[in-house]
Design a protein around this ligand. Structure first.
Ligand SMILES: Cc1ncc(COP(=O)(O)O)c(C=O)c1O
Length: 448
């Protein structure tokens, strides 16, 4: 076992060391070589060292360098070294962290990580939460609590009785809500299409003056960090209107919540903390390994009502917090351990610096690309830059050229009628020198 694990560590270190020197996207040859995996299930046991060697020889080159400093697609952080290490260690522990009794170490670490996050974001002490796979599941989890609460106020127990015959719930969303929020609503039986959409402004923010009248059980879904522009909804107006009418406010804050960790950017999220629930990712801006998201609910009672399980053989009763009382899964990986490791290592100052560094890089991209004649379409308030290089066809061909050349990787979007490249600066690893190299590479492609 020692030889195998040491071999894995050596291979992983070699992989990470080489990231800065390889193209960000895998080469067509590396992708074609994946066909070597396509063979029948072996009959006989194989040498585990040979398994690892094959994984590395064929798998490693076929990866996108998301862990490296110049990947700007989607909203993707690179895992901080300490979280790669904590992940290795906790995988070796192999703790099923559904319940505290059989896995006290990891359950305790998750409870502490949750308390630290609640403190970091300035949420009320006692806020409930669960460590889940990502913002999609965090939205799902928090919205399950919201569904419970608004129906309970109307005298309906949705966990017991289901949605058939329940009082209808109105769900209000911004017109640029992330598509995964709609997926979460669909999974909860609230419908992807039966939402009331609020028009947005030129940055994709919900227009407070266009909020509809609220009557009956209602959930308002706001957003902190528009996936294109990075913009924040006007929370004070949304929360005031919703709470005056007994509605629940949920915020999809997949990456925007982390603005609260920085004194420089917290103002963007003014009023956010007055909502009832929040969803965020740790694999985005906290830079922990995939997959890792967090659902927070101000009043833990509806979250527990929606998620807790009871059965004779499950030791769920007791003073200690059972992680699975707050998540869709029972058997589960202790994702909060990597969150704990990141928080313990960075501290408040380190987190703030990481957020501010990413935002500064994004502002530099915007400034230098605009100065070179590219069109930046958004107000770069956070870590997102939406930039085009001419008309739609020209912009798409420049993005393809950037991806092929390999210095960096960014993807396309169509936002508010503009076909553009999205640059999301979310990795701890990106340096000033990387931005310099990337601006030069983008301009080479744009001028070719
Ligand atoms: C605003 C927003 N919500 C939700 C998601 C989905 O997050 P995940 O892929 O972690 O489920 C994203 C992903 O970029 C996002 O930007």
């Amino acid at each position: 076992m020692r030889t195998l694990l040491e071999d894995a560590a050596h291979r992983a270190i070699r992989y990470l060391d080489a990231l800065d020197r390889r193209g960000v996207a895998p080469t067509p040859d590396a992708i074609a070589a994946l066909s070597a995996f396509e063979r029948p299930l072996p009959d006989a046991p194989q040498d585990p060292l040979a398994t690892l060697a094959e994984l590395d020889a064929i798998g490693s080159p076929a990866t996108m360098a998301m862990a490296g400093p110049r990947f700007f697609g989607f909203v993707i952080g690179g895992a901080l070294p300490v979280t790669v290490a904590s992940n290795w260690l906790s995988v070796a522990w192999d703790q099923n962290t559904g319940l505290h009794a059989p896995s006290p170490g990891t359950a305790t670490l998750e409870r502490i990580a949750l308390d630290w996050l609640v403190d970091l974001f300035g949420m009320p002490k006692g806020t409930g939460g669960g460590f889940v796979t990502g913002a999609t599941t965090a939205n799902f989890t928090a919205l399950a609590a919201a569904r419970n609460a608004v129906l309970a106020r109307a005298g309906w127990n949705v966990e017991a009785e289901g949605l058939f015959g329940a009082p209808p719930i109105t769900v209000i969303i911004g017109d640029e809500a992330h598509p995964t929020l709609l997926k979460s609503l669909g999974m909860l039986g609230l419908g992807r299409n039966r939402v009331v959409r609020v028009p947005v402004d030129a940055q994709g923010r919900m227009r407070a003056d266009a909020l509809p009248r609220i009557a009956g059980p209602t959930i308002v879904c706001a957003q902190a960090g528009n996936v294109n522009s990075g913009a924040f909804d006007p929370f004070p107006a949304i929360v005031a209107h919703a709470h005056a009418n007994d509605a629940w406010v949920h915020v999809d804050a997949a990456f925007g919540l982390w603005a609260l960790a920085s004194a420089q950017y917290a103002h963007l999220a003014a009023g956010l903390i007055d909502a009832d629930s929040w969803a965020t990712d740790a694999h985005k801006w906290l830079n922990v390994p995939y997959d890792s998201g967090i659902a927070f609910v101000r009043d833990p009672a509806p979250l527990r009502a929606a998620m807790a399980i009871t059965a004779e053989y499950l030791p769920t009763e007791g003073a200690a917090r059972n992680p699975s009382d707050y998540t869709p899964e029972l058997s589960r990986k202790a994702r909060g351990v990597d969150v704990w490791a990141a928080l313990r290592t960075l501290g408040r100052r380190g987190i703030a610096e990481m957020i501010e560094r990413c935002c500064a890089h994004a502002q530099r991209f915007a400034r230098e690309l605009a100065a070179a004649g590219c069109i930046v379409h958004n107000d770069v308030v956070l870590n997102q830059v939406v930039v085009s290089f001419g008309d739609a066809a020209r912009t798409r061909s420049v993005i393809a050229a950037i991806q092929d050349e390999g210095t960096l990787w960014c993807g396309p979007t169509v936002w508010q009628g503009h076909t553009a490249a999205r640059l999301s600066v979310s990795s701890w690893a990106t340096t000033d020198d990387d931005v310099t190299k990337c601006v030069a590479a983008i301009m080479r492609a744009a001028r070719a």
